[in-house]
Ligand binder design. Sequence first.
Ligand SMILES: *[C@@H]1O[C@H](CO)[C@@H](O)[C@H](O)[C@H]1NC(C)=O
Ligand SMILES: *[C@@H]1O[C@H](CO)[C@@H](O)[C@H](O)[C@H]1NC(C)=O
Length: 400
Amino acid sequence: MKKERMGVGMGLNLLLLVAMVAANILSLYHLSSLRNHSPPSTTPHTDPVPDHLLHQLHTIRATISHLTRIRSATSSSGASSSLPPPPPELLLYSRIAPIASSCSDHPDLLHLYMNYTPFSPCPRDSLSVAEPLLLRGCHPLPRRRCFSPTPPKPLLPSSLPSHPFPSSLPDAAVLWPPTSPCRSFSCLPSHLGFDLKSTESSRFLSARSALDLPLHQLLAIANAAGAAPIRLGLDIAGGTGTLAARLKLTLNATLLTTTMNLGAPYSEAAALRGVVPLHAPLQQRLPVHDGAMDLVRTGHAVNRWIPVPALEFLMFDADRVLKPGGLLWVDHFFCKAADLDTVYGPLIARLGYKRIKWAVGNKTDSGGTKYGEVYLTALLQKPIGPPPLAANIVSGIGKA
Ligand SMILES: *[C@@H]1O[C@H](CO)[C@@H](O)[C@H](O)[C@H]1NC(C)=O
Ligand SMILES: *[C@@H]1O[C@H](CO)[C@@H](O)[C@H](O)[C@H]1NC(C)=O
């Protein structure tokens, strides 16, 4: 009897979840416009939401409230022990995840984003709408029925770089935003990762401090630790794809680079170099199957500005995609010195990885000295065998 009750409770939860997801998707597409009582004046004409969709949505909404009523009724009538509350992980996730709050919290942007004319060119608003949505954790809904803008002239094969560290990239490969002050690769500041011939071509080759991990060291460690060969990897927030380019040249390895186009055409640059740019925000589940990667690196954009719960999700997703014995390279992570021992060190320790390298150094730029920040560069190895018991791990989040 008890077992049956529990089955019913779990089934109910599952049904609720499915209904909520369905309603979310539908409402994201169709109701964000309704929620905005005063549509922006740039909208010349808003089609009414089709009746059948509204009907579907109302049915789903009614189902949800019905299920919720059943659930609260049964849980308040003495059956509470057999009907578990929503799993805390689901509640935590729904605060961060794309499907729930991160998209619906920004109905104005969503409305702008989905306000396009089907079967015609998509609006050229990636910098003003799509990237801001991505940055807020809402992976934009696909615009499924418009044509994504492309540069006007085809790129001649001869203008493609023959090497991933060329002296220049063809400007014609990018549809530069008309409002952008910079409409050529040569005008981008060199520290952004577009100076391929000099700055980028020397990266990862030598160490200026203990915070650097040059490739010859990485490879020696990988060999000694049984993590070689490095064939597949993921560079999270990898800019223009320099690590992927370097490992392709030295190891024939294939690295995916997650990158955004915040203020500069990082994705286009990586693609021109012949490495794959994954256009994904840091909140997103990595689109790679479990245990597929030999190496995961997190770049400079992974730092204390990421909310701790989202960072913990990111680290555990890195763990998910790493194979047993794979290497996690936390490269120049920065945080306030005091937080390293109390927040971020314990967060990383929860993975139960072996510390191969753990170097901490003062961040000496103006922001770093102002906030007393330190850099951490760590190389960690995923254990082979069963993970540690949850009872031995004290989570820093989810309690609050
Ligand atoms: C990479 O693969 C190519 C083609 O198989 C081969 O010729 C080349 O020697 C390899 N390079 C390295 C560094 O392994
Ligand atoms: C790092 O910064 C701290 C606090 O600002 C200071 O006490 C310490 O001496 C610095 N360490 C180095 C190696 O410069």
